[in-house]
Ligand binder design. Structure first.
Ligand code: CU
Length: 177
């Protein structure tokens, strides 16, 4: 029975490897089902958007174009960004060069689907390298570099990370007026 130890050792090793593999598979499956769910949501949102437009036009007509359309959509300079396994929502944001904006960044994803339990927001060209814990919300005050252009931003901690096109977004830096 001198070789029992190495065999058991190897077995334990194989099981450990298997567990890692299973975890990776589970993560990938979560990404795929999340993408399908997100596509369905987007369709529903589009239908909802259409209905909203109809309602807005009807109400707008009743109000005879009072100040109904002038109401601000949100607090000025605050940009709402969601991270999910479908990427960034919205996938493109526009900011003004040299301005300071507040990113109101949130996610509903559970830690088990995220590497290190976080989503990330990385854009080396724009000096962004932030992380967001699972199921949380945080605001980031960000001074946009004075470099107008179109930049890539990505999450490197879920669903294939930088290698996955889904995990990339766009930041358009517009020249200051
Ligand atoms: Cu992510």
């Amino acid at each position: 029975m001198s070789n029992q130890q190495p065999v058991a050792e190897k077995d334990r090793h194989a099981r450990g490897h298997d567990a890692t593999h299973q975890a990776a598979l589970a993560r990938r499956r979560a990404c795929e089902s999340e993408r399908t769910r997100e596509a369905r949501h987007q369709r529903l949102r589009r239908i909802g958007f259409g209905a909203t437009i109809v309602a807005v036009l009807a109400i707008g007509g009743v109000l005879a174009f009072g100040d109904f359309f002038d109401r601000p959509a949100g607090e000025a300079g605050v940009i709402d960004v969601q991270s999910s396994m479908a990427g960034f929502t919205p996938s493109e944001i526009r900011v003004v060069a040299g301005s300071t904006v507040t990113l109101d960044w949130w996610t509903q994803d559970a830690a088990m689907h995220l590497e290190g339990g976080v989503h990330t927001m990385i854009s080396p060209a724009l000096g962004l390298d932030e992380s967001l814990p699972a199921e949380s919300r945080r605001t980031i005050a960000w001074t946009v570099p004075d470099k107008p252009g179109t930049y890539d931003v990505y999450c490197d901690s879920c669903c294939g990370g930088k290698e996955s096109p889904t995990m990339h977004g766009t930041i358009v830096v517009e020249p200051a007026a």
